[in-house]
Design a protein around this ligand. Sequence first.
Ligand code: NAD
Length: 437
Amino acid sequence: MNIAVIGTGYVGLVTGTCFAETGNHVTCVDIDENKVNRLQNGEIPIYEPGLDTLFDRNTRQGRLTFTTNLAEGIKGAEIIFLALPTPPGEDGSADLSYVLGVAGDLSKIITEYTVIVDKSTVPVGTAEKVHALLAENLSESLFDVVSNPEFLREGVAVEDFMKPDRVVIGTESARAREVMGRLYEPFVRQGNPIYYMDERSAEMTKYAANSYLATRISFMNEIANLCERVGANVDMVRLGMGSDTRIGKRFLFPGVGYGGSCFPKDVQALAKTATEYGYDFNILNAVMGVNTKQKQILSQKIIAHFGGSLNGKTIAIWGLAFKPNTDDIREAPALTIIEELLEAGADIKAFDPEAMDNVKAVFGSRIQFVEEQYEALIGADALAVITEWPVFRSPSYKVLKELLSQPVIFDGRNIYDPKTMAAEGFYYDSIGRNTVQ
Ligand code: NAD
């Protein structure tokens, strides 16, 4: 099939590459000239494990191309995916200007029957808005609009896309269903389902899924905070509750709050949708409030440990990305934590395996970046672990103690065993477990 993907970010590039991998011809369109130039020269502008192999193969074999020209990019496309940003607007609702802007442009250049697919996360009712815009200039027989939300996780995006737990296709059009079913068939050969539904339910499914996951995180963060107060160990509680099959083991890890480009904005947007429909979604309001506070927990612990001020103190930071295996720092807890440590007077030495360039663009020379994880520790008064990159999990405790001026660790992701830390002689404070001192 001939496919166009409009918007070549984390979702668009993975979507385009994976569709090319199953033999389709894909043209990715983006307005960012620099990005398109880099892609045309074989350079992937984001870090996403496994993407390079597929990208190289499909560009080399001519199935994956890039352009800034929308009209050229959609020529001959049976399906056009909109993988455009939907950032939070000023009032918290999703900003639809990118999606609707491109829909308006498409209405003027489509000449043959095309399926237009909302891949972006968009509020309930957006497919209808896109449809109305297209219908302003196009005969109804020339297009269908489908809501096909994306559930991939950054860091394992290729795997998630190639073997999705499920595919959700929202459309009332039998013709569009057939086209979409044909496209996705190779991705569900192991038997995972394609759920066909109406557009509104598909749009709602994405927000419900992300909001539920964010709720799980905020719930576990509150359990952890209470564990600290009552002297319980959240690791044990997590194992004990997660082995109940009604609950499940995954996504029960407490930490320094959720971040990323999706959970914060999607929870906010769903709460806003609820308000627009006169419904007060109490749980979501609490989830957001808990998360705001949780992002401050680690910096508060650090500041309190040093008596209320960090003047003259250096804090080493391991991990800046909002989660491991990505360079994405959008809404990353590390940004909040660093800002608060700086405000309290600290000097910061930071290391992240992939996200340092993005963080440099935010903090510039206000913090020091080092090229190697142990270098951050030289002369630092404490280490703060913010992102649980695998490379931080088994450090040399001997080297840690040699390099840190005090053996003090704040662990925002519970990656070390308190018993080991006690035996090694560290002051060790984590989330939802007794402090080792
Ligand atoms: P992104 O910011 O990484 O990428 C968006 C791209 O669109 C950018 O490259 C930008 O230059 C381009 N763009 C903007 N306006 C354009 C235009 N008029 N024409 C062509 N290109 C244009 O965003 P993303 O993370 O890929 O997210 C895209 C959508 O997918 C969002 O709605 C997001 O909520 C949703 N989503 C994201 C993820 C994720 O993990 N990132 C997962 C599922 C769903």
